[in-house]
Design a protein around this ligand. Sequence first.
Ligand code: PGA
Length: 250
Amino acid sequence: MRRKLLVGNWKMNKTRAEALAFGEASVALSSFAEEKKVDIGVTPTFLSLDVVKKANPKLIVGAQNVHFKSNGAFTGEISIPMLQELGIEWSLVGHSERRTYFGETNESCNQKVIALLNNKMVPIYCVGETLAEFEAGQTKAIVGAQVKEGLASINKEDARKVVVAYEPVWSIGTGKNASKEIAEDICGFIRATLKEMFGEVADEMRILYGGSVKPENIKEYMAEPNIDGALVGGASLTVESFKQLIENID
Ligand code: PGA
C-alpha cells in the first residue's frame, strides 16, 4: 500500500522568519497528518531549510534544487553534503521552473537523481509537458522521455525511493488544473513506463500530481488509482490552506 504524500513547494517565497512561523505551526499539522496516515513535507528556500527542520523535525523538509557534485567551482550552487549537514534528506529535481528558467535538462536531472540516491536521499523528480506540447498531442512522448532519461541507470533498489511528480506546465500557477481524467491517464502512463524500467518496484513508487491543486480539488485526484499525493505551490503557503489540503486528501 502506497502512503499518500503531500508536499508544499514554496518556491521563492517566505523569509526565514515567515518560514519559522510556518514550521512552528506545522507541528500540529504533523500530528493531524499522522492520524490520517499521510506523509507531509515542504520545500523552503535553501536559507530556511534549517529553521523549518528544527521547528518541526517530523515534517519532511526538502530542497528545491541541488548540485550533483559534492563541492567545487560552481558559483551559486548548493551541494548534497551541505544539505545533509542540516539534516535534509529530500530534494526536488527538474521542477518545470528550473527547466524553463535555468536550463535544466533530462540529462542534468539524471545526474542529480543519481547523486541524491548515492547519498541515500530522496529525489522528487518532476516531469510535465508545456501547453504547446499538450495541444500537439505530445504529452506521452515528452513525459515518457523525461522519465526514461531522467531516471536512467538507476538500480531497482534505489528506484523504490524515487517519487515522480507529474506537473503539466500549463497547469502550474495558472489556476487551470488538469482534469482528474488527464492526471490519472498520465500518472498511469508514468507507472507503466516505470514498470518497463524497474519491474514490480514501480508498484511501490509514489507518483504525485501537481498544478493548481487546492483544498477544493485535491480530493478528486486522490481517488484515482495511480495518484499517490500532490505537489502544491500556491495553496501550500499558509498553514490554514495546508491543513485543508490534509483534511481533504481522502
Ligand atoms: P501551483 O504550483 O500549485 O501553484 O500551481 C505547483 C508547483 O509548481 O509545484
